[in-house]
Write a protein that binds this ligand. Sequence first.
Ligand code: FES
Length: 141
Amino acid sequence: MTGSRSRLYRVRRRNNMAFDIYQEEIIEHYKNPQNKGVIEHPDMFSHGNNPVCGDDITVYLRVNDGIIEDVKFDGRGCAISQASASMLTEKVKGMMLAEVAKLTADDIKEMLHIPLSAVRMKCATLSLNTMHQATAGGAVR
Ligand code: FES
């Protein structure tokens, strides 16, 4: 193997290892989701679904002075949708509502670290879109 080919091989091997680690993290979040459940009498909540597959999610928020003190999600979906919901709820706990409103699909892509097709992007952003609905006052008690 020439120098440049072996360097390319090492880069590809490193990238594959990183990809495997991120895939494992997604599977771990899917099997052991963080913040899964229901908040009784939430300050804000919203229900969303993926029209492509019919999977759904509900996001519940406990908010104090514009800061998310607690967040939970419930529902059913594929590994990508459930893992992204789990990771997103970890990320937004302690954030200001205004900061959460600025999160984009790119933030979700950055969280998941794997290439996503257009169909899979709908899975990945289901929780974010539902979170945005909730923080925009989708349903406020
Ligand atoms: Fe339904 Fe991914 S296949 S949310």
